[in-house]
Write a protein that binds this ligand. Structure first.
Ligand code: NAP
Length: 328
């Protein structure tokens, strides 16, 4: 396993992080269900093969994901890095059980700690921007959590470039604990973050944590143009696509990935994950799996690299359209 620093911090994380959005027996959105026995196998195999980083969120199955992750980690729960998040709606009826107010952050952190069975959270992430709370209030509350030792590091998720810059500059001005990571959607089918978010993060020292690195499983090669989606796959379960992309272009990219997979005697997923691994600003890739078999496949992306030429070829065929003309 390869370990990288999480942004400018000294924290070493495995280049693969296991995401726990699928850790739910009752199901949540299109993530699907997983029996606890399979979750246990996934967590054990991941740790035994060098993964030291797990990501969850309070809203994943409304706390069930945090709870099952804590249960599966068992006595090893303090040996790994756990990241979780705050911001989503935890109770439709309670206007204060959501958002990034000091009130909600303080309430949520205690509830997450309880569900995880931990005394501290390694990486506490704000899940997305809150237009109804001054960012100064959020940053002060997060800084206090670090001082109280409930949280060791803090990060953002799904912020725009300007939101990252404004937040980190405020943290610097006020001498607060600074964000060290940015969890963002990033895959061969979605490279928008390269325009504004990646340059901001590189400048300010945040490590990128790509989520849905296989575009929800599309980049495994299991979806084909002329056949119905495989039964019980995420795209078959989804009423409408969660991630938007051009399907024609996506099928072409998958066909090219298949050729590379053959060349490297690897799977399509492994090639897609390897392309992300080649990006120096990526600290760790947050994969999602629903079985031990999928985990074994995806972990096969470590310990080898695509050639520079092949990375460039994938860069070229997946290049996003530049929507803003910078004048350069
Ligand atoms: N911050 C955010 O806003 C945000 C949003 C989304 C996710 N996340 C994080 O990112 C993590 C990963 O997201 P994701 O689950 O969307 O990631 P993903 O890796 O793009 O998709 C994972 C899904 O693809 C399928 N799959 C994965 N490997 C496969 C393989 N080798 N062969 C066949 N199918 C395979 C499985 O779905 P099926 O078997 O059901 O088809 C699996 O659940 C989450 O757990 C969460 O921690 C964060």
């Amino acid at each position: 396993m390869e370990y990288r620093n999480l942004g400018n911090s000294g924290l070493k994380v495995s280049v693969i992080c296991v995401g726990a959005m699928t850790f739910t027996e009752k199901g949540w959105r299109s993530a699907g269900r997983m029996p606890f026995s399979e979750i246990q196998k996934v967590v054990d195999y991941a740790i035994d093969n060098g993964v030291n980083f797990f990501d969850t969120a309070d809203i994943y199955a409304f706390g069930e994901s945090e709870q099952l992750l804590g249960k599966a980690l068992g006595s090893r729960k303090n040996d790994v890095i756990i990241a979780t998040k705050v911001r989503g709606v935890m109770d439709e009826k309670d206007p204060n059980n959501r958002g990034l107010s000091r009130y909600h952050i303080f309430k949520s952190v205690d509830e997450s700690l309880k569900r995880l069975g931990r005394d501290y959270i390694d990486l506490y992430q704000v899940h997305w921007w809150d237009n109804h709370t001054p960012i100064e209030e959020t940053l002060e509350a997060l800084n206090d959590l670090v001082r109280m030792e409930k949280v060791r590091y803090i990060g953002i998720s799904d912020f725009a470039g300007w939101q990252i810059t404004k937040s980190v500059l405020l943290q610097e001005m006020k001498n607060y604990s600074k964000f060290i990571s940015a969890q963002m959607y990033y895959s061969l089918l979605g490279r928008d973050i390269e325009f504004e978010v990646v340059p901001a993060c590189e400048d300010l020292g945040l490590g990128i944590l790509p989520w849905s690195p296989l575009a929800g499983g599309f980049l495994t090669g299991k979806y084909t143009k002329d056949a119905p989606h495989p039964q019980d796959s995420r795209y078959a379960r989804m009423e409408r696509p969660f991630l938007r992309f051009d399907f024609e272009k996506a099928y072409f990219i998958v066909d090219e990935l298949k050729k590379l997979a053959e060349k490297y005697n690897a799977s399509v997923s492994q090639v897609a994950l390897n392309w992300l691994k080649a990006k120096p600003y990526v600290s760790s890739i947050i994969i999602g799996v629903r079985s031990l078999q999928q985990l074994k496949d995806n972990l096969g992306c470590v310990n080898w690299d695509l050639s520079g030429e092949d990375v460039e070829y994938l860069d070229e065929i997946s290049a996003p359209e530049r929507r803003i003309h910078s004048g350069f």
